[in-house]
Design a protein around this ligand. Structure first.
Ligand code: FAD
Length: 317
């Protein structure tokens, strides 16, 4: 039986879904032990109810002004102090931009191990994670010592909230000092209303989209499906869209229920970011395009004809 601390993440005032996935993973890792959560920033306590309904026995909150926006040094100090206070055997958090940054920093500082980018947790606990850019999966067991686990979003099923469960809220005083960085302004570049890394449906465009204007039909389809819009690096390099939309080995890793690749050839570096999508649809005018080898459904055709047809059909539903 272990004590497991979940570090919950809040974005735009909302608890991120990956934090609930981390709580689900934590239940398996704890093996009947205690699962607790930590959440930082203004209004942190407001998230305790949801965390409690998803299995956190206690929620540690810290509302320090230095934690209003993420900075590596402030968060590393905060996470380190919280771990020293809670003394967990394992710390679980999302494999997000913040999780990928803070987990190795604090793991190194405290002498914890790190199992990153976990897509599944089995009893044991055994951690499943992709290797070789998603071409194979590795199972890892951590026998000794304390460990950080980062969970890839959209892979671990979140259980139903249990309204009868409540977490005790424990405010923690943190001493955050000698900061070398401060956030003066946040300029957010988003590809649409839906966050790419947690989107259930993604419409993605490649060099076949041919221009920035060529993305317009993809945005229209995304609007109808409530989807996010992503891109290949080919499209980003050609300046058709912003790099924040890039999916792949050097971009975002996504696991939506539905991924529609439009005018994307299917290079291995692109597949590394999307091959674990549950259903992949490829639209490409070249029947030999490698993307068709991993697609569940393929449409050989001109995306500028196919995408508006899909939009029109989905509008009828
Ligand atoms: P292309 O390979 O040029 O494919 C365009 C496709 O569009 C073709 O298959 C074509 O048949 C089709 N097409 C053209 N017109 C139409 C039309 N009208 N209708 C339908 N189909 C059409 N790439 C990533 O995506 N993400 C990464 O993170 C990434 N990281 C990389 C890291 C490294 C170290 C390196 C070396 C490369 C990386 N790449 C990455 C680049 C990758 O190798 C490919 O160059 C890139 O993915 C190609 O983008 P693309 O499929 O959009 O373009």
């Amino acid at each position: 039986m272990k004590k497991v601390l979940v570090l919950a993440e809040v974005r735009d005032g909302q608890l991120r879904n990956v934090s609930l996935e981390a709580l689900a993973a934590a239940q398996i890792i704890a093996e009947g032990g205690e699962v607790v959560a930590g959440v930082f920033g203004a209004g942190a306590a407001a998230h305790a109810a949801i965390l409690g309904q998803h299995g956190a026995a206690s929620v540690y909150t810290a509302e320090h002004e230095a934690l209003a926006q993420y900075t590596p040094d402030a968060y590393a100090q905060a996470v380190t102090q919280l771990i020293e206070f809670v003394s967990p055997d394992a710390v679980v958090l999302g494999h997000t931009a913040i999780g990928r940054d803070v987990a190795p920093r604090v793991a190194a500082r405290l002498g914890f191990g790190l199992v990153s980018d976990v897509t599944g947790v089995e009893a044991g606990p055994v951690f499943v994670r992709p290797i070789y850019a998603g071409k194979a999966f590795q199972k890892r067991k951590f026998n000794d010592g304390k460990v950080f686990i980062t969970i890839r979003p959209n892979n671990i099923a979140v259980g139903e909230a249990d309204a009868s469960k409540t977490a005790s809220v424990v405010p923690v005083d943190l001493e955050i000092k000698d900061l070398r960085t401060i956030v003066k302004e946040v300029v957010s570049k988003t590809s649409g209303k839906v966050d790419l890394s947690e989107a259930k449906v993604i419409i993605s465009g490649g060099r076949g989209v041919k221009s920035a204007e060529g993305f317009q039909p993809l945005y229209e389809l995304a609007e109808v499906l409530g989807a996010a819009v992503g891109a290949s690096r080919g499209a980003c390099d050609a300046d058709y869209c912003d790099y924040s939309m890039q999916i792949g080995q050097t971009g975002k890793v996504v696991t939506p229920d539905l991924y529609i690749a439009c005018g994307i050839s299917g290079a291995i570096q692109h597949l590394a970011g999307m091959s674990s999508s549950k259903i992949i649809v490829a639209i490409n005018k070249d029947p030999e395009a490698p993307i068709f080898q991993i697609a569940d459904y393929g449409i050989v055709g001109d995306l500028f004809e196919v995408v508006p047809l899909l939009t029109a059909e989905f509008k009828k539903v």
